[in-house]
Design a protein. Sequence first.
Length: 326
Amino acid sequence: MSFFAIVLALLIEQARPLARSNPIHEGLRAWALTARRNFDAGSKAHGWITWTLAVGAPTLAVLAVYWALLHFIGWPLALAWNVLVLYITLGFRQFSHHFTDIRDALEDGDVALARERLAEWKQVEVEQLPRSEIVRHVIEYSVIAAHRHVFGVLAWFAGLAMLGLGPSGAVLYRMAEFASRHWGPRAALPEHPPSATLVDVAARAWTVMDWLPARLTALCFAVVGSFEEAIEGWRFHAQRFPGDNDGVVLAATAGAISVRLGGVALRSRDHAGDAAFEAGGSLGDSDSTPGQEPQLGHLRSVVGLVWRSVVVWLLMLALLTLARLL
């Protein structure tokens, strides 16, 4: 059931992508805001209570609906529920239009438009950013987005689905990512800022939940790309910055397609490259990965890397499904 749900959700999402502003996402944002306002009292215990309610309540609700459909109505509606939940939580089209717009602008030679699109995407200042740095940051942002919107969701969905928990893993992962971003230090909540304790709780929980998916993504990139260089970049980065999940993904990406990424961006946990923009300067080479200077052709390499990784995931899930049927 999991394999067919993923394939159907990806096909539907490609044909009719979910709008960025939609009632479901707005409802989840409102729920997270309500939980924080009512339970975030500043202590560590209240921080974990707030996080558990914000993340756990939607997860349990999705699981309850799945079990009800599966046990009282039948597996076809349970499959449809899986597809619907994955359609909301999984997909390239939730971020790929930004990548496409910037790539098209660069291919047309319009660097100013590319800077404008990048600034709109990540809400950063990029007035003096040269062409190679635009390509570098687009690669970094896009790879992290692909990991969080696709591969991380696949990992948690597949893992919990095999335990009979339906699509709850996809919701758990995406809500944890949302909490870390919405309550992070860069969150725009001037009227009702989260407490420092809640910010720390959300960041810690996200680091733990993303630890294994980040390394699965890095391994998949190594398999479908240049394996030795990707593993070497991963190992080198892990030694210098242990616990940096985003950096592991970026280091493996750099080795897989032989492109120079990194500097401040490679160490950023929340959004790759944001600190570099805030500093107003270019990234230092001392913390960059080995590889070629980022070029427009590397954007096509990233697209190929990501789609080959999707195929690997689907093949693995298909084999697991076949094994269970046999």
